[in-house]
Design a protein around this ligand. Sequence first.
Ligand code: DGL
Length: 270
Amino acid sequence: MAKQPIGFLDSGVGGLTVVKEALRQLPQEDIVFIGDQARLPYGPRPASQVQEFTWQLTNFLLKKQIKMLVFACNTATAEALEVIKPHLSIPVVGVILPGTRAAIKASHNGQIGVIATEGTIASNAYEKAIKLRDPDLTVVSLAAPKFVPLVESNQYQGELARKIVAETLAPLKETAIDTLILGCTHYPLLRPLIQDFMGPKVQLIDSGAEAVSEVSVLLDYFEIANHHLEGPRQTSFYTTASPEMFDQIAGDWLDLNEIHAEQVNVKESN
Ligand code: DGL
């Protein structure tokens, strides 16, 4: 089992922020990634639809013989993880609890901000998870629906992105938060602009990157880490839309020369 790949799913290229961390922290693990770009964004969709789509991505990855599944998507974690996890016989990791733990650890004044998609914010998943651990903490939540389209259209750098980040995050400037959770895996691509706008006193938490530390712990716990990689590690990328934009963003972001994602139809594969 140790030699089987780890599967990652997201609605689009956001999940690559998690894959990037996995490439760094887990250099001996093979990786299979699927982004459902044909149907993104997931953020505004009803929970039942997010569950249906996430099941399709999960079934696609299970056919790739994965040994562990990572929901590299906050919206899928908030709305589908608890529904899907009990049906699977492999470990399943979401991004919300790792982000929650990291934020609690990082905050000094107990005022934590969360930015995420409308779906994740409406689910209240971060606030519930934080308050469950410490009811005295204050959580300020804000939906940032304009961020995902910026990233997916490869416009996450430059003046337009800077303007949208400033407009969206303006309400947070009025608060006393000292920690801000990037509660959508697309947002780390906007991290320099978010940090610039929030200022150096606000610590940003990348939930996806935190999730990879949890993956690492679980690989050890279940004794399924690959310690004997034969040859170069394998990475496979799949998207449900045209791979052109995916290859471009993935190549830049992961700093890998040749990314050729394969376009697949997850509806047919089930
Ligand atoms: N990257 C996803 C997340 O972490 C979803 C973005 C979207 O499709 O709305 O929530």
